[in-house]
Write a protein that binds this ligand. Structure first.
Ligand code: FEO
Length: 396
């Protein structure tokens, strides 16, 4: 059932309480998600975005309960990704001649995925559509936030920014608005979303936010495509994004390791001890990557000023768990963080050098050549690990 957002705007999306993995298996969603779709009923009736395709039939049936589909004057597709466009084929089967407003890149992504040729109306930043009652929609292209096709739509009069993925969170709730949900949970999901999805595009985030603020239009609400609508002080999430986009870090050091026979685990724990000895205030967290949620670990990396990674040498390289997280870290292009590597080995011992090189390619300032322990760490090696931790605390 639809829920009132403001004035003549109704939420007609889907709350997905049971979602635990998103983007295939790439993103953990411990708290589910929502796919937000909005119906505007002014002089013209406008549908903004749809929902993920498993819910397409349910979505269209519910929408029929809100409006005669033939009365929809236009559809806005802010983004072509399947979680927002997935119900378009089902919807457009019912209203094949209804215009679809989107960016030129969204025409490519929508055609590429659905192989249909709907009545596309391509829009650019600053283009407007009069929707009657003295109100209009203004489109703002948001390329690479986070796909080339992304855009936001601003509704004058009610001053709502339909921001699509930007400012969203994977957070299932029936409560619709930010002021009605648990703030700690909400902000945890916001920073996880930013860290795992938007980090590579931080320079664009800053630029785009400045551009939108530069328009000088009031923003009473930010209606995202996932999670809550920012109704209470929407500027707060814009300010957070500006902070996160600017080489963000807290007084934290994260240690990520993998281990086969516990040698590298022992190293990790002694290194953590050394950090704490040197700096009683810094937050140190230690993760066995094989037993941890990688997206939660990425969030910790995002919040950290330094990251220490450890793996035993196997097959002349690192464990598959360590390779996986380093591949992910490299793709996210973190900026302004320091790093170092450590690990046990039995004979050849290439892992530390490989991890150091990987970290450097990923944009970290590698603090030293790393530390290796032959076989299981003995007393002398334990001492070196503690010292390595002290130096990491001092150097980060
Ligand atoms: Fe929520 Fe980029 O889709």
């Amino acid at each position: 059932m639809g829920k009132l957002v403001k004035g003549n705007v109704t939420w007609v999306g889907k709350v997905d309480w049971e979602l635990r993995k998103f983007h295939g298996n790439e993103y953990s969603t411990h708290r589910g998600s929502t796919y937000n779709s909005y119906l505007i009923r002014e002089g013209k009736n406008v549908l903004i975005d749809t929902v993920w395709d498993p819910f397409a039939k349910e979505f269209v049936e519910n929408l029929k309960g809100e409006i005669d589909l033939a009365d929809i004057d236009l559809v806005v597709a802010n983004h072509g990704e399947i979680d927002h466009s997935g119900a378009l084929p089902e919807l457009m089967r019912n209203i094949p001649d209804t215009p679809v407003y989107c960016t030129a890149n969204a025409v490519k992504s929508l055609k590429g995925q659905y192989h249909r040729d709907w009545d596309f109306h391509t829009v650019k930043t600053g283009d407007t559509v009069d929707i009657g009652n003295g109100k209009s929609l203004v489109f703002v292209e948001m390329p690479m936030l986070h796909w080339p096709d992304s855009m936001a739509t601003y509704m004058t009069g009610d001053s709502i920014l339909f921001s699509n993925d930007a400012f969203g969170q994977h957070y299932a709730t029936d409560l619709l608005f930010n002021d009605l949900v648990d703030r700690c949970e909400l902000m945890e999901e916001c920073i996880k979303y930013y860290a795992n999805i938007l980090t590579p595009f931080s320079p664009l985030v800053t630029k785009k936010i400045r551009e939108v603020l530069g328009l000088g239009v009031p923003i009473d609400m930010i209606a995202t495509s996932h999670g809550v609508i920012w109704r209470d002080n929407p500027a707060q999430i814009v300010e957070k994004y500006m902070e996160w986009a600017g080489e963000y870090s807290e007084d934290r050091i994260t240690i990520i390791y993998d281990t086969m026979w516990d040698g590298t685990r022992r190293m990790a724990e002694r290194i953590a001890e050394g950090i704490r000895e040197a700096d009683g205030k810094v937050t140190v967290k230690v993760f066995n990557i094989a037993k941890s949620d990688k997206n939660d670990v990425i969030t910790e990396v995002f919040r950290s000023k330094a990251v220490l990674v450890g793996s035993p040498t196997i097959g002349g390289g690192v464990t598959s768990g360590m390779a996986g997280i380093l591949e992910e870290i490299e793709g996210l292009r973190f900026r302004g963080k320091k790093a170092a590597a450590f690990g046990c080995y039995g004979w050849s011992g290439e892992a530390v050098k490989k991890m150091s090189g990987w970290l450097e390619r990923a944009g970290f300032q590698v603090m030293n050549e790393g530390i290796r322990c032959l076989w299981n760490p003995d007393e002398e090696a334990v001492h070196r690990c503690v010292q390595f931790g002290r130096e990491a605390a001092a150097g980060s």
